[in-house]
Write a protein that binds this ligand. Structure first.
Ligand SMILES: Cc1cc2nc3c(=O)[nH]c(=O)nc-3n(C[C@H](O)[C@H](O)[C@H](O)COP(=O)(O)OP(=O)(O)OC[C@H]3O[C@@H](n4cnc5c(N)ncnc54)[C@H](O)[C@@H]3O)c2cc1C
Length: 577
C-alpha cells in the first residue's frame, strides 16, 4: 500500500509534534511513529526546559544562556545555532504555556524556574534559576499538550508503524517504507518532504535512563543510504541514574539543593567544581563520580555507587517539586528518599551527535553543507549542533521544541517548491529483504543474547572513561556481534505485533551506529565534553576543534571527514566551574 502526503514526520516526540504543528498550517502533514505518540521518550523528561524568562532571577539574560551553552558544549557547539536556540527560547516556552502546558507557578502566577547544571549568571559566577518546570513531569505535560494540539489541528497519525528504509536517490528524498506493527505488512510513504525526529539511542548501553524504544533507528536508516552522521563519539552519561537500574533521578533534584556524597560522607564535588559544585555540567560530575569509584571511595560493600542526598529538602518540598523521584526510588530501589540517601551511578542518557543538519534542520550529505532535497531532522536524532561535546540539562527539551518549530518553518518555506519525486520500481525491496532475512534466519543465535552482549560491552569499553585499548577491543567485539547477528533465529514468526522481529531490527540498527560511535571515539585523540580519553586527557583545540562526519559503507567500513565549528562571540577557553 502507498500513502501519499506532502510531508511525513517520523517520530512523535517533542521535535516531531512541534514540527507537525508548524507544517500543518500550510501543508498536508502526517506523523508516523513506532509507539503510541504519547509514549515517546520526551514524556519521561522530568527536570525542565531552559529559557531566560527572568521570572525568578531577574538578572538573567539570553547572553548568559548562550555563553553557558557554548562553554557547556566544551566549545564544540556551533554558536550560530546556539544563538538561535537561546534567543528563541522565551517565545518557544510562552507558546507552550499558551497551548496549555500546566507549568509550576511562582506566587504571583508566573512560570516557576529552578536551577540546573551549568546554567549561571555572569559567565559562571553563580547558579541561576532558568529551567521552567512542571514539578518533575515537564516532558510529560509538554508531550501531551503537543499531542492534543496536533489532534485539534487534524494532523494525520500513523501509530505503531516502524520506519524500515529510507528512499533517497541522487540526494533527493522520495519517501520511506514502514512496517505496520499492528496489522503486519509493509507500506510505502511517498512524500515531498520527510523529517526525522526519531530520538536518541541510550539502549545501546547497559545502564541507561532511556526508554526501551530509544534505539537510534533513524541514524542507521540514514547511513544505509550513504548519508553521514555527525559527532557520534559524544555520548552523555548523566551522573545520577538509580543504582543498577539507570532510571533517571533528575538533575532537578540537585537544582532544588540535593548533593552528592561518597563512601566517606564527603561532598566530593568540592574537589572537582568548587564554584558550582553539584550544579557543574554533567560530563564533569559523571567523571567525578567515576573517579571516586575507581579510587575506592564509593559506597556499599562493592564501593560501586555514590549517594544523592535529598533528605534535608524535607518531605513537603520533595512531595511538591520532585514527587516522581520519590515514587521512582520507592518503586524501583525500595528506598524512601525522605529518610535515606539515594544510591546512584552514571547512566547513558543523551546523544549529542546525530544526523547532520543546517541551522534550519535541512539534512546535509557532506562537510560542505550540501543539502539533501526534501530531507529534514530535529530533536535528539539530529546534530545542529547546539550541544557540541556535552549538553546542558534542560537544553534538550528546548532543542526539540525550538528546532522542531524551526525545522517545521523551513519545511513550510520549501514545500511549495518541492514535488513528489518518482519512486523506484520496487521501493519495498530493501525493507522486504531485511524482513525476510530476519524472519527466515535459521541459525542458533538469540537476539536477546546479542543485545545484552552489545549493551554490556559498550558500557565496559565505551563508557565515561575511554582508552585506545578498550575501544580497539570494542571494535572487534562489534565485528563479532555482527557476525553472530548473521546467524540469528527468532522464534515468533507472526506478522502481527511481533516484538521479536522488532527487537531484531532495532538490534541491527544499534550494531551499526555503535561502530560509528566506537571508531569515532578511537579516532578522536583528545578529551572534550562527554568524550574522555584517559590516554589523551587534554582537550586539543589545534587538532580537534572540529566536527566529525562519518560514513558507514555497506561493508561496515567507516570513513571520516571534518566540518569546522562555527565560532562567533566566544573563543575556546579553559573550562572551570
Ligand atoms: C529520563 C529522561 C529525562 C529527561 N529529562 C530532560 C529534562 O528534564 N530536560 C531536557 O531538556 N531534556 C531531558 N531529557 C532529554 C529529552 O527528553 C530528549 O532528548 C527529547 O525529549 C527528545 O525528543 P525527540 O522528539 O527528539 O525524541 P523522542 O521523544 O525520543 O521521540 C522519538 C520518536 O521517534 C519514534 N521512532 C523512533 N524510531 C522509529 C522508527 N524506526 N519508526 C517510527 N518511529 C520511530 C518513536 O516512536 C518516538 O515517537 C530527558 C531524557 C530522559 C531519557
Amino acid at each position: 500500500m502507498t500513502h501519499k502526503h506532502d510531508v511525513i514526520i517520523i517520530g512523535s516526540g517533542l521535535a516531531g509534534l512541534r514540527a507537525a504543528l508548524e507544517v500543518g498550517k500550510v501543508a498536508d502533514v502526517a506523523v508516523l511513529t513506532k509507539l503510541y505518540p504519547s509514549r515517546s521518550h520526551s514524556g519521561a523528561a522530568q527536570g525542565g526546559i531552559a529559557a531566560t524568562l527572568k521570572n525568578v532571577d531577574s538578572d538573567d539574560c539570553v547572553e548568559f544562556h548562550i555563553f553557558d551553552t557554548v562553554k557547556g558544549s566544551d566549545y564544540l557547539g556551533d554558536q550560530d545555532a546556539i544563538e538561535n536556540m537561546c534567543n528563541e527560547a522565551p517565545e518557544v516556552v510562552y507558546e507552550t504555556e499558551h497551548m496549555g502546558v500546566p507549568y509550576s507557578r511562582t506566587e504571583d502566577g508566573k512560570i516557576h524556574q529552578r536551577k540546573f547544571g551549568g546554567h549561571s549568571l555572569n559567565h559562571g559566577k553563580v547558579a541561576v534559576r532558568r529551567s521552567c518546570y512542571a514539578a518533575d513531569y515537564t516532558g510529560h505535560v509538554l508531550l501531551h499538550t503537543f499531542y492534543e494540539q496536533c489532534i485539534k489541528n487534524q494532523v494525520r497519525f500513523y501509530n505503531e508503524f516502524q520506519a524500515m528504509s529510507l528512499l533517497v536517490k541522487d540526494n533527493v528524498c522520495q519517501g520511506f517504507v514502514a512496517w505496520d506493527i499492528i496489522n503486519g505488512g509493509l507500506h510505502v510513504f511517498h512524500a515531498k518532504a520527510v523529517m526525522f525526529a526519531t530520538g536518541g539511542y541510550g539502549r545501546a548501553f547497559k545502564i541507561t535512563s532511556n526508554a526501551h524504544s530509544s534505539t537510534g533507528d533513524g541514524l542507521s536508516l540514514c547511513t544505509r543510504v550513504g548519508l553521514p552522521i555527525e559527532d557520534m563519539e559524544f555520548v552523555q552519561f548523566h551522573p545520577t541514574g538509580l543504582y543498577k537500574q539507570g532510571i533517571l533521578v533528575s538533575e532537578g533534584a540537585r537544582g532544588e539543593g540535593a548533593y552528592l556524597l561518597n563512601g566517606q560522607n564527603e561532598r566530593f564535588m568540592e574537589r572537582y567544581a568548587p564554584t558550582l559544585m553539584e550544579l557543574a555540567p554533567r560530563d564533569m560530575i559523571a567523571r567525578a563520580i567515576q573517579t571516586e569509584l575507581l579510587e575506592g571511595r564509593g559506597c556499599g560493600p562493592n564501593k560501586d555507587h555514590v549517594y544523592l542526598d535529598i533528605r534535608h529538602l524535607g518531605e513537603a518540598k520533595i512531595t511538591a517539586v520532585i514527587p516522581q523521584i520519590k515514587g521512582l526510588c520507592l518503586d524501583f530501589a525500595a528506598i524512601d528518599p525522605i529518610k535515606e540517601p539515594i544510591p546512584i551511578q552514571p547512566t547513558a542518557h543523551y546523544s549529542m551527535g546525530g544526523i547532520p543538519v543546517t541551522v534550519d534542520g535541512r539534512v546535509i550529505y557532506d562537510a560542505k553543507n550540501s543539502i539533501v532535497e526534501g530531507l529534514y531532522a530535529a530533536g535528539e536524532c539530529a546534530c545542529v549542533s547546539v550541544h557540541g561535546a556535552n549538553r546542558l540539562g534542560t537544553n534538550s527539551l528546548l532543542d526539540a521544541a525550538a528546532n522542531g518549530r524551526r525545522t517545521g518553518k523551513a519545511i513550510c518555506a520549501d514545500v511549495g517548491k518541492l514535488k513528489h519525486s518518482e519512486l523506484p520500481d520496487n521501493p519495498m525491496k530493501a525493507a522486504q529483504d531485511e524482513m525476510n532475512r530476519v524472519l527466515g534466519g535459521t541459525g542458533k543465535e538469540k537476539v536477546i543474547r546479542i543485545r545484552h552482549d552489545l549493551r554490556d560491552s559498550m558500557e565496559e569499553n565505551c563508557g565515561v572513561f575511554r582508552t585506545s585499548e578498550k575501544l580497539t577491543k570494542q571494535k572487534q567485539i562489534l565485528k563479532d556481534l555482527h557476525e553472530r547477528f548473521r546467524h540469528i533465529k527468532i522464534d515468533d514468526k507472526a506478522k502481527i505485533f511481533n516484538s521479536d522481529l522488532m527487537e531484531a531490527i532495532e538490534l541491527e540498527h544499534m550494531l551499526e551506529f555503535c561502530e560509528v560511535i566506537v571508531e569515532g571515539a578511537l579516532n578522536r585523540n583528545e578529551s572534550r565534553g562527554g568524550h574522555s580519553r584517559t590516554d589523551f586527557p587534554k582537550r586539543d583545540d589545534d587538532n580537534w576543534l572540529k566536527h566529525t562526519m562519518a560514513w558507514r559503507g555497506e561493508d561496515g567500513k567507516i570513513t571520516f571527514d571534518y566540518k569546522p565549528v562555527i565560532i562567533k562571540n566566544y573563543q575556546p577557553m579553559e573550562r572551570k566551574y
